[in-house]
Design a protein. Structure first.
Length: 101
């Protein structure tokens, strides 16, 4: 059990996904409980089709990790890593100052 509240799960798959990937999709849906199953959505298609589909749920295409050309967007991820490092450094500084480290 993980103390995590999942409000929705969106999985994006290419339209040329292999049968094994589609099999994982079907197994995942069967393994979800009834509440999670209602909150899970799989979007299958080209990048633009998936983008349009996911936007109908209010998810901006800006937050998707792939650009329109298929390149990987890393800017937000790197910014998140930087913030985590700052936070952890501050925690270690306080711990070291208090003689905990």
């Amino acid at each position: 059990s993980v103390p995590l509240r999942v409000s929705a799960l969106h999985m994006c798959l290419p339209d040329d996904a292999s049968p094994q990937i589609l099999q994982v999709k079907h197994r995942a849906m069967r393994s979800f409980g009834p509440v999670a199953r209602v909150r899970a959505r799989f979007h299958v298609g080209t990048h633009s089709v998936v983008q349009s589909s996911i936007e109908t749920f209010g998810i901006s295409s800006d937050v998707l990790p792939l650009s329109n050309t298929g390149g990987l967007k890393t800017q937000n991820h790197l910014k998140w890593i930087g913030m985590r490092r700052l936070r952890e450094d501050a925690i270690f500084r306080v711990a070291g100052r208090d003689g905990i480290a």
